[in-house]
Ligand binder design. Structure first.
Ligand SMILES: Cc1ncc(COP(=O)(O)O)c(C=O)c1O
Length: 282
Protein backbone atom coordinates (compact mmCIF):
# COMPACT_ATOMS: atom_id res chain seq x y z
CA UNK A 1 0.00 0.00 0.00
CA UNK A 2 2.86 2.35 0.91
CA UNK A 3 4.48 1.94 -2.52
CA UNK A 4 1.19 2.34 -4.34
CA UNK A 5 0.64 5.59 -2.44
CA UNK A 6 4.19 6.72 -3.28
CA UNK A 7 3.53 5.90 -6.96
CA UNK A 8 0.21 7.79 -6.83
CA UNK A 9 2.05 10.87 -5.69
CA UNK A 10 4.94 10.33 -8.16
CA UNK A 11 2.42 10.07 -11.02
CA UNK A 12 0.77 13.32 -9.98
CA UNK A 13 4.01 15.25 -9.51
CA UNK A 14 5.99 14.03 -12.48
CA UNK A 15 3.53 12.64 -15.00
CA UNK A 16 0.32 14.64 -14.68
CA UNK A 17 -1.65 11.46 -13.99
CA UNK A 18 -4.33 11.49 -11.29
CA UNK A 19 -5.04 8.11 -9.76
CA UNK A 20 -5.32 6.31 -6.42
CA UNK A 21 -3.70 3.29 -4.77
CA UNK A 22 -6.53 0.88 -5.61
CA UNK A 23 -6.16 1.62 -9.32
CA UNK A 24 -2.52 0.49 -9.29
CA UNK A 25 -1.04 -2.99 -9.51
CA UNK A 26 2.66 -3.40 -8.69
CA UNK A 27 4.39 -5.71 -11.16
CA UNK A 28 7.81 -7.15 -11.77
CA UNK A 29 8.84 -4.38 -14.15
CA UNK A 30 6.91 -3.14 -17.18
CA UNK A 31 7.68 -6.51 -18.71
CA UNK A 32 5.37 -8.39 -16.33
CA UNK A 33 2.70 -5.70 -16.75
CA UNK A 34 2.70 -6.33 -20.51
CA UNK A 35 2.69 -10.07 -19.93
CA UNK A 36 -0.30 -9.91 -17.57
CA UNK A 37 -2.33 -7.80 -19.98
CA UNK A 38 -1.59 -10.03 -22.96
CA UNK A 39 -2.14 -13.22 -21.00
CA UNK A 40 -5.27 -12.28 -19.07
CA UNK A 41 -7.12 -9.54 -20.96
CA UNK A 42 -6.74 -10.96 -24.46
CA UNK A 43 -7.74 -14.28 -25.92
CA UNK A 44 -6.53 -16.13 -29.02
CA UNK A 45 -7.85 -14.43 -32.15
CA UNK A 46 -8.10 -10.92 -30.65
CA UNK A 47 -6.57 -8.24 -32.86
CA UNK A 48 -4.21 -5.73 -31.36
CA UNK A 49 -2.93 -4.08 -34.52
CA UNK A 50 -4.16 -0.90 -36.22
CA UNK A 51 -6.46 -2.34 -38.94
CA UNK A 52 -10.02 -1.22 -39.30
CA UNK A 53 -11.10 -4.43 -41.06
CA UNK A 54 -10.55 -6.49 -37.90
CA UNK A 55 -12.39 -5.95 -34.63
CA UNK A 56 -9.50 -4.45 -32.68
CA UNK A 57 -9.44 -5.07 -28.97
CA UNK A 58 -6.32 -3.17 -27.91
CA UNK A 59 -3.61 -0.93 -29.25
CA UNK A 60 -0.14 -1.23 -27.70
CA UNK A 61 1.89 1.96 -27.88
CA UNK A 62 5.18 3.27 -26.56
CA UNK A 63 4.58 6.88 -27.69
CA UNK A 64 7.29 8.81 -25.83
CA UNK A 65 11.03 8.27 -26.57
CA UNK A 66 10.14 4.98 -28.15
CA UNK A 67 12.35 1.92 -27.88
CA UNK A 68 14.23 1.44 -30.23
CA UNK A 69 13.86 4.60 -32.35
CA UNK A 70 13.89 7.24 -29.59
CA UNK A 71 11.08 9.09 -31.37
CA UNK A 72 8.01 10.72 -29.78
CA UNK A 73 4.54 10.68 -31.27
CA UNK A 74 3.38 14.25 -31.89
CA UNK A 75 0.85 15.83 -29.53
CA UNK A 76 -1.74 16.01 -32.34
CA UNK A 77 -1.29 12.34 -33.09
CA UNK A 78 -1.54 11.38 -29.41
CA UNK A 79 -4.79 13.34 -29.19
CA UNK A 80 -6.11 11.69 -32.34
CA UNK A 81 -5.24 8.21 -31.06
CA UNK A 82 -7.24 8.91 -27.89
CA UNK A 83 -10.19 10.23 -29.89
CA UNK A 84 -10.22 7.15 -32.13
CA UNK A 85 -9.92 4.79 -29.18
CA UNK A 86 -12.91 6.41 -27.51
CA UNK A 87 -14.91 6.45 -30.75
CA UNK A 88 -14.36 2.75 -31.47
CA UNK A 89 -14.18 1.54 -27.85
CA UNK A 90 -10.61 0.26 -28.25
CA UNK A 91 -8.45 0.03 -25.15
CA UNK A 92 -4.96 1.54 -25.32
CA UNK A 93 -2.04 -0.04 -23.51
CA UNK A 94 0.49 2.75 -23.05
CA UNK A 95 3.96 1.46 -22.28
CA UNK A 96 5.77 4.46 -20.84
CA UNK A 97 9.08 3.77 -19.13
CA UNK A 98 10.86 6.80 -20.63
CA UNK A 99 8.69 9.96 -20.64
CA UNK A 100 10.11 11.32 -17.38
CA UNK A 101 13.67 11.14 -18.73
CA UNK A 102 13.12 14.11 -21.12
CA UNK A 103 16.38 16.08 -21.29
CA UNK A 104 14.79 19.50 -21.70
CA UNK A 105 12.76 19.48 -18.50
CA UNK A 106 9.65 20.03 -20.60
CA UNK A 107 7.02 17.55 -19.48
CA UNK A 108 5.51 15.54 -22.33
CA UNK A 109 1.87 14.58 -21.87
CA UNK A 110 1.40 10.83 -21.84
CA UNK A 111 -1.82 9.44 -23.31
CA UNK A 112 -2.85 8.54 -19.77
CA UNK A 113 -2.50 12.14 -18.61
CA UNK A 114 -4.93 13.19 -21.39
CA UNK A 115 -7.30 10.25 -20.95
CA UNK A 116 -10.78 11.41 -19.90
CA UNK A 117 -12.63 8.13 -20.40
CA UNK A 118 -10.43 5.53 -18.72
CA UNK A 119 -9.45 4.06 -22.10
CA UNK A 120 -5.74 3.84 -21.26
CA UNK A 121 -4.04 1.09 -19.29
CA UNK A 122 -0.84 2.81 -18.27
CA UNK A 123 2.36 0.84 -17.72
CA UNK A 124 5.63 2.14 -16.37
CA UNK A 125 8.46 1.10 -14.09
CA UNK A 126 11.46 2.23 -12.10
CA UNK A 127 13.82 0.35 -14.43
CA UNK A 128 14.97 3.37 -16.43
CA UNK A 129 14.96 5.90 -13.62
CA UNK A 130 16.26 3.93 -10.62
CA UNK A 131 17.30 0.35 -11.35
CA UNK A 132 16.08 -2.41 -13.62
CA UNK A 133 17.28 -5.01 -11.09
CA UNK A 134 14.78 -3.74 -8.51
CA UNK A 135 11.99 -5.17 -10.69
CA UNK A 136 9.35 -2.61 -9.79
CA UNK A 137 6.78 -1.71 -12.40
CA UNK A 138 3.10 -0.92 -12.34
CA UNK A 139 -0.17 -0.82 -14.23
CA UNK A 140 -2.69 1.97 -13.69
CA UNK A 141 -6.18 1.33 -14.95
CA UNK A 142 -9.86 1.07 -14.05
CA UNK A 143 -10.31 -0.64 -10.67
CA UNK A 144 -12.22 -3.60 -12.12
CA UNK A 145 -9.38 -4.34 -14.56
CA UNK A 146 -6.75 -3.90 -11.86
CA UNK A 147 -8.66 -6.29 -9.61
CA UNK A 148 -8.75 -8.88 -12.38
CA UNK A 149 -5.03 -8.54 -13.05
CA UNK A 150 -4.26 -8.60 -9.32
CA UNK A 151 -6.01 -11.99 -9.06
CA UNK A 152 -4.04 -13.19 -12.10
CA UNK A 153 -0.74 -12.06 -10.63
CA UNK A 154 -1.65 -13.72 -7.35
CA UNK A 155 -2.00 -17.00 -9.21
CA UNK A 156 1.35 -16.52 -10.94
CA UNK A 157 3.61 -15.44 -8.06
CA UNK A 158 1.52 -15.03 -4.87
CA UNK A 159 2.03 -11.27 -4.99
CA UNK A 160 5.02 -9.02 -5.29
CA UNK A 161 7.96 -9.40 -2.85
CA UNK A 162 7.84 -6.86 0.00
CA UNK A 163 11.49 -5.92 0.17
CA UNK A 164 11.92 -4.26 -3.27
CA UNK A 165 8.55 -2.55 -2.73
CA UNK A 166 9.76 -1.13 0.55
CA UNK A 167 13.01 0.13 -1.04
CA UNK A 168 11.08 1.67 -3.95
CA UNK A 169 8.61 3.42 -1.62
CA UNK A 170 11.50 4.87 0.42
CA UNK A 171 13.27 6.09 -2.73
CA UNK A 172 10.20 7.66 -4.28
CA UNK A 173 9.31 9.49 -1.07
CA UNK A 174 12.84 10.55 -0.19
CA UNK A 175 13.97 14.19 -0.28
CA UNK A 176 16.83 13.29 -2.60
CA UNK A 177 14.58 11.93 -5.32
CA UNK A 178 14.13 15.23 -7.15
CA UNK A 179 17.91 15.80 -7.15
CA UNK A 180 18.43 12.27 -8.41
CA UNK A 181 16.02 12.95 -11.23
CA UNK A 182 17.82 16.15 -12.24
CA UNK A 183 21.17 14.33 -12.26
CA UNK A 184 19.70 11.48 -14.26
CA UNK A 185 18.42 13.77 -17.01
CA UNK A 186 21.61 15.82 -17.16
CA UNK A 187 23.74 12.65 -17.22
CA UNK A 188 21.66 11.05 -19.99
CA UNK A 189 21.82 14.18 -22.11
CA UNK A 190 25.60 14.32 -21.70
CA UNK A 191 25.93 10.65 -22.68
CA UNK A 192 23.73 11.22 -25.72
CA UNK A 193 25.93 14.14 -26.79
CA UNK A 194 29.13 12.13 -26.30
CA UNK A 195 27.62 9.32 -28.41
CA UNK A 196 26.57 11.72 -31.18
CA UNK A 197 29.91 13.48 -31.20
CA UNK A 198 31.86 10.20 -31.30
CA UNK A 199 29.69 8.85 -34.14
CA UNK A 200 30.01 12.07 -36.07
CA UNK A 201 33.78 12.14 -35.88
CA UNK A 202 34.13 8.43 -36.67
CA UNK A 203 31.60 8.18 -39.51
CA UNK A 204 31.00 11.68 -40.90
CA UNK A 205 28.11 11.24 -43.37
CA UNK A 206 28.18 7.46 -43.47
CA UNK A 207 25.68 7.06 -40.69
CA UNK A 208 22.22 8.55 -40.12
CA UNK A 209 20.35 8.93 -36.85
CA UNK A 210 17.58 10.86 -35.17
CA UNK A 211 18.57 12.93 -32.15
CA UNK A 212 16.58 11.69 -29.15
CA UNK A 213 15.50 14.30 -26.60
CA UNK A 214 14.92 11.71 -23.88
CA UNK A 215 15.31 8.02 -23.17
CA UNK A 216 18.43 5.92 -23.50
CA UNK A 217 18.60 4.72 -27.11
CA UNK A 218 20.07 5.99 -30.36
CA UNK A 219 18.70 4.44 -33.54
CA UNK A 220 21.19 4.50 -36.40
CA UNK A 221 21.24 3.61 -40.06
CA UNK A 222 24.47 2.75 -41.82
CA UNK A 223 24.78 3.93 -45.42
CA UNK A 224 26.65 0.78 -46.40
CA UNK A 225 24.78 -2.52 -46.44
CA UNK A 226 26.82 -4.90 -44.30
CA UNK A 227 26.37 -8.46 -43.16
CA UNK A 228 24.68 -7.89 -39.82
CA UNK A 229 25.56 -11.23 -38.25
CA UNK A 230 29.18 -10.92 -39.24
CA UNK A 231 29.31 -7.35 -37.96
CA UNK A 232 27.73 -8.35 -34.66
CA UNK A 233 30.17 -11.24 -34.13
CA UNK A 234 33.16 -9.01 -34.89
CA UNK A 235 31.86 -6.40 -32.46
CA UNK A 236 31.47 -8.95 -29.67
CA UNK A 237 35.06 -10.10 -30.32
CA UNK A 238 36.08 -6.48 -29.80
CA UNK A 239 34.15 -6.18 -26.54
CA UNK A 240 31.19 -4.14 -27.81
CA UNK A 241 27.53 -4.88 -28.47
CA UNK A 242 24.64 -3.18 -30.22
CA UNK A 243 21.06 -4.30 -30.82
CA UNK A 244 20.85 -5.40 -34.48
CA UNK A 245 17.96 -3.88 -36.46
CA UNK A 246 16.65 -7.27 -37.55
CA UNK A 247 16.05 -8.26 -33.90
CA UNK A 248 13.88 -5.16 -33.46
CA UNK A 249 11.52 -5.56 -36.37
CA UNK A 250 13.68 -3.59 -38.80
CA UNK A 251 16.40 -4.58 -41.26
CA UNK A 252 20.14 -5.10 -41.20
CA UNK A 253 21.08 -1.51 -42.02
CA UNK A 254 19.70 -0.37 -38.68
CA UNK A 255 21.11 -0.71 -35.20
CA UNK A 256 20.36 0.53 -31.71
CA UNK A 257 23.00 1.87 -29.37
CA UNK A 258 22.09 2.21 -25.70
CA UNK A 259 24.22 4.80 -23.91
CA UNK A 260 22.73 4.95 -20.41
CA UNK A 261 24.75 2.38 -18.51
CA UNK A 262 28.32 2.85 -19.72
CA UNK A 263 30.76 5.39 -18.29
CA UNK A 264 31.36 8.46 -20.47
CA UNK A 265 34.87 7.51 -21.57
CA UNK A 266 33.71 4.00 -22.49
CA UNK A 267 31.18 5.46 -24.95
CA UNK A 268 33.96 7.07 -26.98
CA UNK A 269 36.05 3.93 -26.76
CA UNK A 270 33.06 1.79 -27.80
CA UNK A 271 32.34 3.90 -30.89
CA UNK A 272 36.05 3.95 -31.78
CA UNK A 273 36.11 0.14 -31.66
CA UNK A 274 32.87 -0.04 -33.64
CA UNK A 275 34.40 2.12 -36.39
CA UNK A 276 37.49 -0.09 -36.34
CA UNK A 277 35.33 -3.18 -36.87
CA UNK A 278 33.33 -1.54 -39.68
CA UNK A 279 36.32 -0.35 -41.74
CA UNK A 280 37.62 -3.71 -43.01
CA UNK A 281 34.04 -4.94 -43.62
CA UNK A 282 33.07 -1.94 -45.79
C1 LIG B 1 9.37 0.25 -24.06
C2 LIG B 1 9.77 -0.73 -23.00
N1 LIG B 1 8.81 -1.38 -22.31
C3 LIG B 1 9.11 -2.25 -21.34
C4 LIG B 1 10.41 -2.53 -21.00
C5 LIG B 1 10.67 -3.50 -19.88
O1 LIG B 1 11.15 -2.81 -18.76
P1 LIG B 1 11.14 -3.38 -17.28
O2 LIG B 1 12.57 -3.49 -16.86
O3 LIG B 1 10.40 -2.37 -16.48
O4 LIG B 1 10.45 -4.72 -17.29
C6 LIG B 1 11.46 -1.90 -21.69
C7 LIG B 1 12.85 -2.22 -21.37
O5 LIG B 1 13.79 -2.05 -22.09
C8 LIG B 1 11.13 -0.96 -22.70
O6 LIG B 1 12.07 -0.30 -23.39
Amino acid sequence: MKLREAITSHLKTYRNVETNASSILITSGAQQALHLIIQFLLKPGDSVAIYIKHRIKMVFLNPIFQNPTGTTMSYERRKKVLEISTQYGIAIVEDDPYSVTGYDNEPIRSLKSMDQDGSVLYISSLSKIISSGLRIGWIVGPQAVIQRLTDAKQQIDFGHPNYPQWIAAQLLSSEGFETHFQHLRIGLKRKRDITLHALQSAFKDNIEYGIPSGGIHLWCKLKEVLNEQHLFKECVKNGIVFAPGSTLGSNDRYMRFTYSRVDDHMIEEGIRRFAEVIKPIE
